[in-house]
Design a protein around this ligand. Structure first.
Ligand SMILES: Nc1ncnc2c1ncn2[C@@H]1O[C@H](COP(=O)(O)OP(=O)(O)OP(=O)(O)O)[C@@H](O)[C@H]1O
Length: 374
């Protein structure tokens, strides 16, 4: 059985001086008016589980105005284990603990993963490639600490290279940085390709289910060294030596152009990820409904992949998404939520939920009255 969150508590986090919810079950619906702090709860749980927040806040933003530090805490348990997750945010720094012992972010990856779905995620379909690359790496980071570490290292090397290009550094210096870029970049691309092949297959099958097999979705990935119209084949993974060779060759070939444009053009930061419906890119050609279905399929695939690869179910955090989905997509999501995945849903309006779902849920009204939490 997977670890499940039993209890969460925040002190001086965002709008909360104190927040405590105990006796948490499989499905919790947090309902309340705008700006009451629903998203703050989702964000707190995401920080404790995925060690990141979809809002990309600074440490200062996370600490309640006027307070010196914020403390977040969750208890999770299964039949045999009891885990205490902690996070202190002070002077812009985040310090995580597990069972009272300080831990590095990388060491917590995958302990209790989570999948967050917010209205901003609609950008996965219609936004730039950066959004999709980041989403893929976020999944990979929860599945593997190596994926997390290599992405972090690559970002550092990329920042360094861009600053050298800006300062018109010598070709010799750039070449030595390119070697570093190849070492971590090729590994990152290999991780991505392996992960993507699984995610894409699952996403396609969820998409078919959501739209009643009316049309097909294919998700495609291309490392930056491939030409504009080239993609990896479905299910194709990459051999690390070949990736290194091709990446190094592409870097050498683009050196003149990179120096002229004074920024790094080739590398995992320029990989392409695209979703196609009936062969046409959903971001450009898809209707709003098709884009929403594609994003929903991505999220459901993400949950399934985490279950399959980690053997631990993620916590599902749905922030105000019911109002964004029409009846058909809501039904697909509710069907999924009604399974075994521990889920938190926020909403300003319970009318978006059908009675069966509400009957199975614990409905928590915000602001909390003392009896809700204690
Ligand atoms: N560091 C902070 N200190 C104090 N208050 C904060 C801090 N950060 C955010 N807030 C407050 O939290 C509130 C927003 O909370 P949240 O985003 O959780 O609302 P919500 O219930 O999800 O609202 P909506 O339904 O409109 O999305 C705002 O009033 C905001 O000013």
């Amino acid at each position: 059985m997977s670890l499940r969150i039993k209890d969460v508590a925040f002190d001086d986090f965002r709008s909360y001086e104190h927040f405590h919810l105990s006796g948490i079950g499989p499905l919790t619906v947090l309902v309340g008016p705008n700006a009451v702090g629903k998203t703050n709860v989702v964000e707190g749980i995401q920080l404790l589980t995925a060690q990141t927040s979809f809002r990309n806040p600074t440490g200062v933003q996370l600490v309640r105005d006027g307070a010196d530090f914020a403390r977040l805490h969750a208890t999770a348990a299964d039949e045999s284990r009891l885990l205490e997750l902690g996070l202190t945010i002070e002077a812009g720094k985040r310090r995580f603990t597990l069972n009272g012992k300080q831990k590095r972010t990388a060491d917590l990856k995958g302990v209790i993963p989570s999948v967050t779905f917010t209205p901003d995620d609609l950008n996965l379909a219609k936004g730039s490639g950066t959004t999709r690359r980041n989403a893929l790496d976020a999944v990979g980071s929860q599945l593997s600490r190596n994926h997390y570490l290599i992405r972090r290292d690559f970002d550092k090397v990329l920042r360094h290279k861009n600053s050298l290009l800006k300062d018109e550094a010598s070709p010799l210096l750039l070449e030595s940085l390119n070697d570093l870029m190849v070492t971590c970049g090729a590994q990152l691309v290999c991780y991505r390709a392996a992960l993507f092949s699984k995610l894409a297959a699952s996403m396609a099958s969820y998409y078919a289910e959501i739209v009643g097999n009316q049309e097909t979705l294919s998700a495609r990935y291309a490392p930056s060294w491939l030409a504009e119209d080239e993609w990896l084949d479905a299910g194709e993974t990459l051999d690390r030596d070949e990736a290194r060779e091709r990446f190094a060759a592409a870097l050498a070939a683009s050196m003149v152009q990179e120096r002229a444009r004074r920024r790094a053009l080739v590398g995992p930061h320029a990989d392409r990820i695209e979703f196609f419906i009936e062969g046409r890119p959903v971001g450009v050609y898809g209707s709003q409904g098709q884009q929403r279905s594609a994003v929903l399929a991505f999220k459901l695939a993400e949950v399934t992949l985490i279950c399959d690869l980690l053997g631990q179910q993620p916590v599902l955090l749905l922030d105000d998404v019911m109002s964004e989905l029409d009846e058909q997509r809501r039904r697909a999501l509710v069907k999924f939520v009604s399974g075994d995945i521990q889920t938190f849903i926020t909403t300003a309006n319970l009318a978006y939920f059908d009675e069966d779902l509400l009957a199975a849920a614990r409905v928590v009204r915000l602001p909390l009255e003392r009896k809700d939490g204690e």
